[in-house]
Design a protein around this ligand. Sequence first.
Ligand code: NAD
Length: 289
Amino acid sequence: MKIAFIGLGNMGGGMAANLVRAGHQVQAFDLNEAALARAEAAGCTRALSAADAVVGAVAVVTMLPAGQHVAAVYRDAIFPHAAPSTLLIDCSTIDVATARSNIEAALAAGLEAVDAPVSGGIAAAEAGTLTFMVGGEDRAFERAEAVLNAMGKAVIHAGAAGAGQAAKICNNMLLGASMVATCETMAMAQKLGLDPQRFYDIASVSSGQNWALTSYCPLPGVGPVSPADRDYQGGFAASLMLKDLRLAMEAAELAGAAVPMGSRARELYEEFVAADQQNRDFSAIIQTL
Ligand code: NAD
């Protein structure tokens, strides 16, 4: 299948390479020359512009930083150049309102579209083991699934347009709040004189058990290997967690949802990032607690 791929950064680079491995012909574009060269080395065809990438493609995947980038690429490059019925798959993490309006605009332009944000970081993008949460109509989902299977281990239909983004930010709000709760608990356990490993052994089989504790323990040397064991390098950057918490707060306000824990987690990550910690893994917030 001829697929256009726009946005070949940390995530998109590995994803586009997996489409090539699955036998697709990938027409790739990024504003960044180094990203474009990496994609070419992985077997993608270099496009001269986003519009050029779209010509002749059956599907267009975008993996861009934020809502305004996706809306601009859709408006300026994709809508004027995509053939009728082309399927647009936006895998970026963006706000729910922009995701919905992009899909509405795509349908009005005679195209099909889904929002399909991912769970899993750079390693999962490279390994082809991402989880995709997809919003859109049944037919568009079925078409998208055929493309996304080459880049992920799970492709789940979350609901109508925007539902993928809604699922993504709800999941990451839960992750942000549970990471903060896990960090403050581990710090308090130590202050109460508990051996961290002994407390981990207890909590991991008790009712406090959660993913941040047992799959991503924020203390070095405790639990499975995690970014804490690499001085909080790699993993999921605090700046990306903050981006998702901001999106979650925006969505909560629009929906009239009460989110006191998510809101506090957002404040704590705002402070953490403002203290020049944006590139460290989000579990490093334990050092402030
Ligand atoms: P990134 O900054 O590494 O990549 C984005 C790429 O988009 C860059 O190479 C940039 O040059 C390119 N770009 C920007 N505007 C463009 C345009 N108009 N035309 C063409 N290319 C353009 O970001 P990333 O880490 O790959 O993340 C991409 C998306 O995935 C974000 O929405 C992010 O929130 C989400 N995400 C990231 C992770 C992660 O761990 N990095 C995990 C899950 C989801």
